[in-house]
Design a protein. Structure first.
Length: 95
């Protein structure tokens, strides 16, 4: 996953999801296609069980670099857990 260096630590700080969201959004304001920041932001939402908010950054990460298969592997379960079964199936077929 390419792009600018970023505060990846914030993705892992589960007790501070608001800080993780803010840190990744700040990076995305500078580097809007940074796949790590997009994936990290989506991970935070996914950990909060907010699947509807997790899907757009996962999708943007796939659009930014579709060669990173692991993002597909994150997007599909998010879609499935959000009740979007057809979308999850399509994502798995696309990878």
């Amino acid at each position: 996953m390419g792009g600018a260096r970023h505060p990846g630590l914030w993705r892992r700080v589960s007790r501070l999801p608001d800080s993780a969201i803010a840190a990744n959004r700040a990076l995305l304001a500078i580097a809007p296609n940074d796949t790590r920041a997009l994936n990290n932001l989506a991970d935070v939402y996914e950990n909060l069980k907010d699947f509807a908010r997790a899907e757009p950054p996962f999708r943007r990460a796939v659009e930014a670099d579709s060669s990173i298969i692991v993002i597909f592997n994150h997007l599909a379960p998010d879609q499935f857990n959000g009740g979007r079964y057809d979308a999850a199936q399509a994502t798995l077929k696309a990878r």
